[in-house]
Design a protein around this ligand. Structure first.
Ligand SMILES: *Cc1c(COP(=O)(O)O)cnc(C)c1O
Length: 402
């Protein structure tokens, strides 16, 4: 019996080697990676610049010191993040939920400074912000929350894509101090809002002096063809939680602030033992520098288009395909039925992907994927979808998304 706690329904495969966008399992079978460890492995596997930087950092003997001291790697990583975000301050942590926890604390402190005793944050249906108590309370999924009540208070939930709902809350609730939104919902099923909606939401925030907090833990960092989704919409947030792709596979998160949220945290207000240590920050610098040098943003736009267009073409007229959507290399294929089984069918055919929100096939490949590899992905995936959809619906097991 495994002593690993039973929190994941794991697939019966273990990857032991990787190169570029390719993975090999214990039996030597090769797979094309359409998931990047859930949007984490930005540079794929074994990227020479990342391997070199991390190897040197480890060989120096200094992988961790403490935030009680100056950390040059942390300064360098913060400079890079300030440059690509246009924001001012970076708090380093180790994961996405921690980045959101920091954002929630920033919002509460901001509220208290403005004399709001019980500050509240507007959040959205189907959003995902993490698994800690505060972030699961902010998450718009009863499945994530069930069994963990009492939830953390101070969140007001509204439907996505409905500015009037936000205006109505503003009208009746004077405790609101911030909005927390995933500019593209990931776990919720790759929901891309209209950019006018995001701009409208930002306008409402400006009007009431609320913080606009963009959870770009999944959609940010080059995946959509810009560094951040808010750059597609043409404005800046006040708070920006990041993680997943930031360290190219090394655990690191960040809560970035600027504009109205600048200078909220002062010494003693927040902290993390591991956050921003030399190893993690070396990974951040190497990842961001390689992304810039190799124009991976442009690559995400081009290869993302190849994959979406290829899938639309290959699946034309296939009953059961609801929509192929997304931006850059953040792609969802919604089917008209639960499709968790597609994950193992794809694995059998040498493709790694994921299903979320029960019926949405999710692709989040490494940003180093080439056009040719994108076409290969389509050539494997489209037939798998067709075989799956050709089965009698009754034979499809009631699916539980992983
Ligand atoms: C994955 C994710 C999180 C949580 O990140 P963890 O590192 O698992 O804590 C938060 N927000 C979004 C949008 C995510 O996709």
């Amino acid at each position: 019996m495994s002593h690993v706690m039973n929190t994941y329904a794991r697939l019966p495969v273990a990857f032991v080697r990787g190169e570029g966008v390719w993975l090999w399992d214990q039996s030597g079978k090769k797979y094309l990676d359409g998931l990047a460890g859930i949007a984490v492995n930005t540079l794929g596997y074994g990227h020479p610049a990342l391997v070199k930087a991390l190897t040197e950092r480890i060989a120096s003997g200094i992988t961790h010191t403490s935030n009680l001291f100056n950390i040059p790697d942390q300064e360098a990583a913060a400079d890079r993040i300030a440059e690509i975000t246009g924001l001012d301050e970076v708090f380093f942590c180790n994961s996405g939920c921690e980045a959101n926890e920091a954002a929630i604390k920033v919002a509460r402190l901001y509220g208290h400074k403005r004399g709001v005793e019980r500050p509240e944050i507007i959040v959205f249906e189907h959003a995902f912000h993490g698994r800690t108590l505060a972030t699961l309370s902010a998450t718009g999924s009863r499945k994530v929350q069930a069994g963990f009540e009492p939830l953390v208070s101070g969140f007001v939930r509204v439907q996505l894509d409905d500015l009037d709902a936000v205006r109505a809350v503003a009208e009746r609730n004077k405790n609101v101090v911030a909005v927390l939104i995933e500019p593209i919902q990931g776990e919720g099923g790759i929901h891309v809002p209209r950019m006018e909606y995001l701009r409208g939401l930002k306008d409402i925030c400006d009007q009431h002096e609320w913080l606009f907090m963009a959870d770009e833990v999944q959609c940010g960092l080059g995946r959509t063809g810009q560094w951040f989704v808010y750059q597609h919409a043409g404005f800046q947030p006040d708070v920006l939680p990041l993680a997943k792709g930031l360290g190219g596979g090394v655990a690191v998160g960040a809560c970035v602030t600027g504009n109205r949220a600048k200078g909220i945290f002062t010494p003693g207000k927040h902290g993390s033992t591991f956050g921003g240590n030399p190893l993690a920050c070396t990974a951040v610098v190497a990842t961001l520098d390689a992304m810039k040098k190799e124009n991976l943003l442009g690559n995400a736009t081009a290869v993302g288009r190849t994959i979406r267009d290829g899938l639309v073409e290959a699946l034309k007229g296939t009953a059961g395909v609801v929509e192929v959507r997304g931006m850059g290399l953040m792609i969802g294929i919604e089917l008209d039925r639960p499709c968790a089984e597609i994950v193992s069918m794809a694995l059998e055919n040498g493709l790694v992907l994921n299903v979320t929100a029960d019926s949405v096939i999710r692709l989040l490949p490494p940003l180093v994927m080439t056009e040719a590899e994108g076409r290969q992905l389509v050539d494997i995936l489209a037939p798998v979808i067709k075989v799956f959809l050709a089965r009698p619906v009754a034979a499809a097991p009631s699916a539980k998304a992983g």
